[in-house]
Write a new protein. Sequence first.
Length: 137
Amino acid sequence: MNLPEQRAAPEALVAFAKQQIQEVLNHVNHIEFIMICSSDGFELASVSKRYQFHSSKLAAVSSSILAMVSAFLSEINLIGCQSITLDAENGKAVLTAVPCTKHPMLIVTLSSKEVLLGQLLYHLKEASQAIIQQDQS
């Protein structure tokens, strides 16, 4: 088995992860787009209500941002970066780590500024935990 095959998440896990992000989209108002991507920056699945983004570029940049923030947190002795929230005038972006042992992933969520951030973070944490649990089985 070559290296890309070892790192590729199984189709069943990707389908499960897509189901989880669809649940987040269904339960939290004002989300525009959610994508799950591999930790090395490749889109695995996405769901949206109305907007389409350049998901391959978004996946690559998001994984790089998470890696840079993780390095920064390491320098200031904070461990286990779980999420990053970017708050702009016209919306929010949340990058959520899914630290699966076998197939680490990242959830990228884009929303309008009206989103209830606490509700969004709660549902993203639930989705992340469910994906981690599925990856372990």
